[in-house]
Design a protein around this ligand. Structure first.
Ligand SMILES: [Mn+2]
Length: 335
């Protein structure tokens, strides 16, 4: 959905403004279980739209966004309510109705829809009037930077630096502080430009990646204590149940980096983190450098990238683990 559809990144900014101009209500949104790419890219886009004279509101699932408060701006955000509509909806970091949860209704009922994303196209793609999807970008924030780069010089230094900090956070999130397999020369070149625009790597790393409470560290400790290995120690499972959440008094939804603590375990082909969000409702995070875990997550209505995907499953942990273990073994066999 890039060149074939005559969507050119050089004219994308102008194309978006053209769709925004006649719209009275504009919403920006991202995938369920929003993250520091889609959500912070939404902050950046909203800010640019404001400067351009457009009033756009970020529509969320009412998640707590306080983990981004270090960015120092108060974005205009509302939680989605059934029946809410907008003339124009801009979807970031997501191209499938399946990854929008309840907000699929907001998107399908909008007069005009723009999709800007860097994921492989999954099931049930969003019908868009304007779509730019390119998997070569490490984050959707990086894609937004490419769209608006030529316009940044016209902004004040403070506005440039806010935009740059937001894009830098999207890189921190989707490259895991420049350590994921998607980290390439282009990522470092972009990071250098963002630093020149005012992004401060040390402060942003500390505020975004290392800003843990003691309770969160206990939660991580409790989760790491559940590590088990399967299939000749090539598959790692770990979990956090509701009891752990209660004892540590943390909101696990605010703390999504658990898999980062086990990425370095020797000899792994895949790892899966199971987090209980409601009794018997488990949110899975799947990671692998060699298997296509997106393919597995999509069987259960989830999605993401080949190497990092998520889905939600209902049932007993032991049954869910058994199904996922079978799926992973099968994927390894098929290799
Ligand atoms: Mn992303």
């Amino acid at each position: 959905m890039t060149d074939e559809d005559n969507v050119n990144i050089q004219t994308l900014a102008k194309d978006i403004w053209e769709l925004a101009r006649p719209a009275t209500t504009i919403a920006i949104t991202t995938h369920i279980e929003s993250d520091g790419d889609g959500m912070v890219a939404a902050f950046a886009l909203q800010h640019l739209m404001q400067l351009e004279g457009f009033e756009a509101t970020i529509v969320t699932d009412d998640e707590d966004l306080s983990l981004y408060s270090f960015l120092g701006h108060e974005p205009s955000v509302i939680g989605y309510k059934a029946g809410a509509t907008a003339d124009l909806v801009i979807v970031l970091d997501c191209n499938s109705y399946d990854r929008l949860g309840q907000r699929a209704e907001l998107v399908s009922s909008a007069a005009k829809v723009v999709v800007i994303d860097h994921h492989v196209i999954e099931h049930n793609p969003i019908k868009a009037d304007l779509a730019y999807i390119d998997t070569k970008y490490a984050s959707v924030g990086a894609l937004l930077y490419a769209v608006f780069e030529s316009q940044l010089q016209a902004l004040s230094l403070e506005e440039q630096s806010y935009f740059a900090e937001c894009v830098y956070v999207t890189l921190l999130n989707d490259t895991n502080n420049f350590t994921n397999a998607n980290t390439d020369a282009g990522v470092f070149e972009l990071a250098a430009k963002l630093v020149k625009h005012g992004a401060k790597p040390y402060q942003l790393y500390m505020a975004y990646m290392q800003n843990n409470s003691a309770g969160e560290m206990r939660y991580i400790g409790g989760t790491l204590a559940t590590i088990e290995l399967h299939h000749n120690e090539e598959i790692l499972f770990m979990h956090s149940d509701l009891a752990l959440k209660e004892s540590c008094k943390v909101d696990p939804a605010l703390f999504r980096k658990a898999t980062r603590y086990v990425q370095g375990v020797r000899g792994l082909k895949a790892l899966v983190y199971f987090r209980e969000d409601e009794p018997g409702l488990w949110k899975l995070s799947l990671r692998s450098l060699t298997l296509n875990v997106q393919e597995i997550a999509s069987r259960y209505g989830g999605g993401g990238h080949r190497q990092a995907s998520g889905c939600t499953m209902q049932g007993s942990l032991s049954e869910i683990k058994k199904r996922i273990l079978d799926d992973l073994k099968q994927a390894m066999k098929a290799q």
